[in-house]
Design a protein around this ligand. Structure first.
Ligand SMILES: *[C@@H]1O[C@H](CO)[C@@H](O)[C@H](O)[C@H]1NC(C)=O
Ligand SMILES: *[C@@H]1O[C@H](CO)[C@@H](O)[C@H](O)[C@H]1NC(C)=O
Ligand SMILES: *[C@@H]1O[C@H](CO)[C@@H](O)[C@H](O)[C@H]1NC(C)=O
Length: 441
C-alpha cells in the first residue's frame, strides 16, 4: 500500500517536471508531428536524469574534496567524470581512468557517484563535469575552488633594520595566497604609528614608508597578511633608529649643607645604548662605594642617571658631570653643587638623609627646602619649574613664606578657601554682585 503511494508520488513529480525540463527538446520535435512528441516524452521518462545540480565546492589546499553527481533512472547507462579545462576523463563507471593517484571514486546505490580528490592542489581548481553516455550526452558541471591561506614571501619582505634618525625608511611586505592576500602594518605593542604626520594604528598595503624617521618609531612592526582563509600570518620586523646621545638635567644647580646626603639627576637618550657615568669637576670617574651611589636605570633608549653623594663635606661642593657616550657621539652635562647654611631648626637637622632634589616628590618637607627654593631662584628661568613644582606641593611651607617674598606662588589654595572673601567690608555693590553669583550657581 505504502509503496504504491510512493510510486504515484514520484510519477507525479516527474510528470510535472518533464515539460519544463524538456521544453526545448519537445518544441523541436513538434515539427516532426504530434505523435513523435508524445513518444519522445514517454521515452524521456525512461531516460536517466540528474536529481540535483553539482554544488560548487571550496576547499583549502591540502584538504580533500568530494564532488557528488546524483542520477535517477541510470539503468544501463554509465556515469563518467571529466575535467573540463583539460578535457581529461577521470573516471568511467566504476573505474578511475586518470593516472593521478589523488583521484578516487565511490558510489552509492547506482545513483550517487562521488569523485574524490585527495590532498587538493592549486592545479585542481576548475570545472568538473559529470556525464551520462546517453545520445546526446547529458552532463552537469561543478566548480572546485581551491583556496590557499596567506604566506609571507620572505625574500621580498624586509627583515630587521637599523637606520639613522631623520632618514627615510621603507619596509616592504609581500605575501601570496588565493585569493590574493590583503596586507597591513601595525606596531607589535599596539601603539599608534606616526605615519607622515598622522597618528594611525594601521597602515594598509605592502609598503610602510616613513619619511624622517624618529626615535619614537623605534620598535617591532608586524606585517599581517590575510585573505579570509585561516590562518592569517604575520611577520615581525624590528626597526632600530640610531641617534647620538642627548641629555637633559632637571636641576643644574643644587644646594646642600654639610652632613647632608644629596642626589643629582640626569636623563639621557641614545641608540645604540650609551655608556653613562659621572665624573668630578676634575674629570675623575665616580665609582659607587661608601661615599657615592651611582644608579642608572634603562627604559628603552632612555636612561635615568642618579648620583647620591652621602654626608656632604666641604670638598664635595663644586661641579659634577654626567656623561653619555655611544658609537655616534658623546655628550655631557654639568651640575653645580653649592653650599647652603645648615638649617637652624632642630626638627630638620635630624633629616640629614633626605635627598635634596627628591624633596619635591615627598610630603612634609620643612625649612631646608625653603632655603633650597631661595637658592634656586637665583638661577632664574631655567629652574622656574623646579621652584613652582616644589612650592605648590609644599603646603606646610606656605605659612612660613611672606607673600611679598614670593609673589608668584600659586594662589590656588587661598582662592578656593573662600570665594567671596574679598568682598568682606567692601561696598554693598560688590557684596551684592557676589550674592548674584551665588544665586546663579
Ligand atoms: C558555481 O560557480 C559559478 C561561478 O564560479 C557560478 O556561475 C555557478 O552559478 C555556481 N553554481 C552553483 C550551483 O552555485
Ligand atoms: C626623504 O623623503 C622626503 C620626502 O619624500 C624628501 O624630501 C627627502 O629628500 C628624503 N630624504 C632622504 C634622505 O632621502
Ligand atoms: C660624616 O662625615 C664626618 C666627617 O666629615 C664624620 O665625622 C661623620 O661621622 C660622618 N657621618 C656619617 C653619618 O657618616
Amino acid at each position: 500500500m505504502m509503496r504504491r503511494q510512493l510510486h504515484w508520488c514520484v510519477a507525479l513529480v516527474l510528470l510535472a517536471a518533464a515539460p519544463a525540463a524538456l521544453g526545448r527538446h519537445s518544441r523541436e520535435v513538434k515539427k516532426g508531428g504530434r505523435g513523435g512528441a508524445v513518444e519522445e516524452l514517454a521515452n524521456e521518462m525512461h531516460m536517466p536524469r540528474f536529481a540535483e545540480s553539482i554544488p560548487n565546492i571550496t576547499v583549502t589546499i591540502g584538504k580533500d574534496a568530494v564532488l557528488a553527481c546524483v542520477v535517477d533512472n541510470l539503468k544501463n547507462y554509465k556515469v563518467a567524470w571529466v575535467r573540463v579545462d583539460t578535457q581529461t576523463i577521470l573516471s568511467i563507471h566504476h573505474n578511475v581512468i586518470t593516472q593521478n593517484p589523488r583521484i578516487s571514486l565511490s558510489h552509492n546505490d547506482h545513483r550517487s557517484w562521488y569523485l574524490h580528490i585527495n590532498d587538493v592542489h592549486e592545479a585542481d581548481r576548475g570545472w568538473y563535469m559529470c556525464q551520462i553516455n546517453t545520445d546526446p550526452m547529458r552532463s552537469r558541471v561543478g566548480y572546485v575552488q581551491v583556496v590557499v591561506p596567506p604566506s609571507i614571501i620572505d625574500k621580498e619582505t624586509s627583515s630587521d633594520m637599523v637606520v639613522r634618525e631623520n632618514s627615510n625608511v621603507s619596509m616592504a611586505c609581500k605575501a601570496e595566497g588565493y585569493p590574493e592576500p590583503y596586507i597591513m602594518w601595525r606596531r607589535e605593542d599596539g601603539e599608534d604609528i606616526n605615519y607622515n604626520g598622522n597618528e594611525v594604528s594601521v597602515v594598509d598595503g605592502e609598503l610602510l614608508y616613513i619619511t624622517r624617521v624618529s626615535r619614537l618609531h623605534m620598535g617591532a612592526y608586524l606585517c599581517i597578511a590575510s585573505n579570509g582563509v585561516p590562518p592569517s600570518i604575520s611577520k615581525r620586523v624590528l626597526l632600530r633608529v640610531q641617534f647620538p646621545p642627548m641629555l637633559t638635567i632637571p636641576n643644574q644647580l643644587e644646594g646642600a649643607y654639610m652632613g647632608q646626603d644629596v642626589v643629582l639627576e640626569c636623563h639621557t637618550e641614545a641608540y645604540p645604548s650609551s655608556i653613562n657615568y659621572w665624573t668630578t669637576e676634575r674629570g675623575d670617574m665616580i665609582v659607587s662605594g661608601d661615599k657615592y651611589e651611582a644608579v642608572s636605570t634603562d627604559d628603552g633608549y632612555k636612561k635615568y642617571m642618579m648620583l647620591k653623594i652621602r654626608n656632604i663635606s666641604r670638598k664635595d661642593f663644586g661641579s659634577y658631570k654626567c656623561v653619555a657616550k655611544n658609537s655616534l657621539g658623546e655628550t655631557d652635562g654639568l651640575i653645580k653643587l653649592d653650599e647652603i647654611p645648615v638649617p637652624s631648626t632642630t626638627s630638620t637637622t635630624s633629616t640629614t638623609s633626605q635627598p635634596a632634589s627628591a624633596g619635591g616628590k615627598k610630603r612634609g618637607r620643612s625649612k631646608h627646602s625653603k632655603q633650597r627654593h631661595k637658592h634656586n631662584e637665583v638661577v632664574g628661568a631655567a629652574n622656574k619649574d623646579f621652584t613652582t613644582n616644589r612650592w605648590d606641593r609644599g603646603e606646610s611651607n606656605w605659612d612660613d613664606m611672606g607673600q611679598d617674598e614670593n609673589p608668584d606662588i600659586p594662589s590656588e589654595g587661598l582662592a578656593m578657601e573662600d570665594d567671596c572673601a574679598w568682598s568682606r567690608g567692601a561696598p554693598l555693590l560688590l557684596a551684592s554682585s557676589c550674592l548674584l553669583v551665588l544665586w546663579f550657581q
